[in-house]
Design a binder for this molecule. Structure first.
Ligand code: HEC
Length: 467
């Protein structure tokens, strides 16, 4: 089914191809010399035992066995998955192949997939599954083991991981550790904090809802997230995200951090499982690392579009068979220093574009996605902070395809689709959202590097020591 969808896209020619013929290639391409270095850095993070990739890509015979599909998937840039257009903006941890690397793979496959001198090949790198930050101060488990039926369908769970700690505590980092790495495709988690005396029992109610089958269920009510008096508690969205093969962003010391109140929960909205071939289970957890004090420069989030500060205008609404582009814009009342961006659409999204225009008319590109794939929801972190000045207007555009040929069309025949303006959404409602994670602007922020291990301008020795 994946292949069928991919073929449609490929035959439709929606993806630009690189001019690979310009790239000078060696006469003989071998696995040992040319292909191993590519697969071990770009494929193996996901394609190894126990990880999300459906088969390992480590040894020469692994890759030879899949040579034709590897050639197809890489030459069309379906693999490695990296929806953002690198010709528009660059981000940390980009999983992309260069035109030369693609050309090497194609030539290797086309000329018989020679192993070359594999006897002298270095052993593949270790990819420890250990958490990158060491021993945590607190572990918040999902309370229940989730049962995932082996029906080979994607599943979307909404879940809560409640906690109760002795006192309010500052937190530096939260890291999600999937119990079943081969299955967990992505997770976006928000932090819920209950005010003192607002909530008696954080553990009551359902612990998870399978949004794929329990349609029309008001998940947030079923999870009993509300305060005892029915009002909603404070929610910090996108406090922790997970994507296979990606390190969680760890901002330089002094940037970011959270305040955990005594009672709270991490809201997983959503936890996406890839198709499971047999019945299986998952029990995931969060590792929480305490901070010495309050965040010096707390993270803030600007959310545009559905449910955000600036609505989608005209509202998101698609007739059956319609392809449409929708827009939202927001003028910044003060300058902000942007760390990362996260475009969000559902199944019918096809393209996404966001940029800012300053008052003097300069354009600051943010992110462009030419071929949206619902299954790869990345949070993109810039290599350096991007400053958006006061008065700049942020524009975002989302294109949706509600035709029968739309690659992830959930309905046959297509139905009328509305943009949801409620957090109690279904994946078959559409959304157009753009999240910007930022800190309040200070002079010189554009010089701060966000690369892990590289000290920003902010407190270099501490940043190095904490990793
Ligand atoms: C971020 C994780 C990740 C990385 C990195 C990655 N893959 Fe994949 N790959 C997957 C997943 C997950 C699938 C299963 C299909 C899906 O969910 O899109 C997959 C599927 C495939 C398939 C099978 C497609 C099919 O439907 O039969 C091939 C071939 C493939 N990958 C090759 C590669 C190659 C070659 C690289 C490196 C150049 C690579 N992948 C890098 C996660 C990854």
């Amino acid at each position: 089914m994946v292949i069928a969808a991919l073929c449609l896209q490929a035959c439709g020619g929606t993806r630009p191809h690189d001019p690979v013929e310009d790239v000078m290639l060696p006469d003989t391409v071998t696995f040992a010399e040319h292909i191993a270095p590519i697969v071990r850095t770009k494929c193996m993070p996901c394609h190894r035992p126990g990880q999300i990739g459906p088969f390992p890509l480590i040894t020469c015979s692994d890759v030879r066995r899949k040579a034709k599909t590897v050639r197809f998937m890489t030459s069309h840039r379906y693999m490695p998955p990296w929806p953002a257009d690198t010709a528009y903006t660059r981000f940390l941890g980009e999983q992309v192949l260069s035109a030369r690397q693609i050309a090497l793979i194609m030539k290797w496959v086309d000329t018989g997939a020679f192993p070359g001198d594999t006897a002298h090949l270095k052993p593949p790198p270790d990819h420890p599954d250990d958490p990158p930050l060491g021993k945590p101060d607190l572990v918040v488990w999902l309370p229940d083991t989730m049962h995932v039926p082996g029906d080979a369908r994607d599943r979307f769970m909404i879940a809560k991981a409640p906690f109760e700690i002795p006192r309010d505590t500052f937190v530096r980092d939260i890291v999600f550790v999937p119990g079943n790495r081969a299955l967990v495709h992505h997770m976006n988690g928000g932090l819920i904090n209950y005010a003192p005396d607002a909530k008696t029992d954080v553990f009551s109610g359902h612990r998870y809802i399978d949004a794929t089958v329990q349609k029309g269920v008001d998940a947030f009510t079923a999870l009993r997230l509300a305060n005892d008096d029915g009002t909603w508690p404070a929610l910090t969205p996108s406090a922790v995200n997970y994507l296979p093969g990606m390190l969680p962003p760890m901002y330089p010391e002094g940037i970011g951090g959270y305040h955990f109140k005594r009672k709270g929960a991490i809201l997983l909205n959503t936890l996406h499982f890839g198709p499971a071939p047999h019945d299986t289970i998952d029990r995931s957890r969060f590792l929480v690392y305490y901070a010495a004090g309050p965040p010096k420069r707390p993270l803030k989030e600007l959310s545009m579009g559905s449910l955000g500060v600036a609505p989608v205008d005209p509202p998101l609404h698609l007739e059956p068979g319609q392809v449409g582009t929708f827009h939202s814009q927001y003028r910044l009342p003060t300058a902000i220093s942007v760390l990362s961006v996260n475009p969000h659409m559902h199944l019918l999204g096809r393209k996404f574009l966001a940029y800012a225009v300053t008052e003097s008319g300069d354009t600051i590109p943010l992110v462009r996605i030419n071929d949206w794939d619902f299954r790869w929801q990345f949070v993109y972190t810039f290599p350096h902070i991007v400053v958006l000045p006061k008065g700049a207007t942020i524009h975002m555009y989302g294109t949706f395809d509600n035709t029968a040929e739309s690659p992830q069309q959930p309905f046959d025949p297509p139905r009328e689709v509305i943009g949801t303006d409620s957090p109690f959404m279904r994946t078959t409602d559409e959304m157009l959202q753009f999240f910007i994670t930022y800190i309040d602007h200070q002079e010189g922020d554009e010089r701060i590097s966000l690369a892990p291990g590289v000290s920003g301008v902010v407190s270099a020795p501490a940043a190095a020591a904490s990793r």
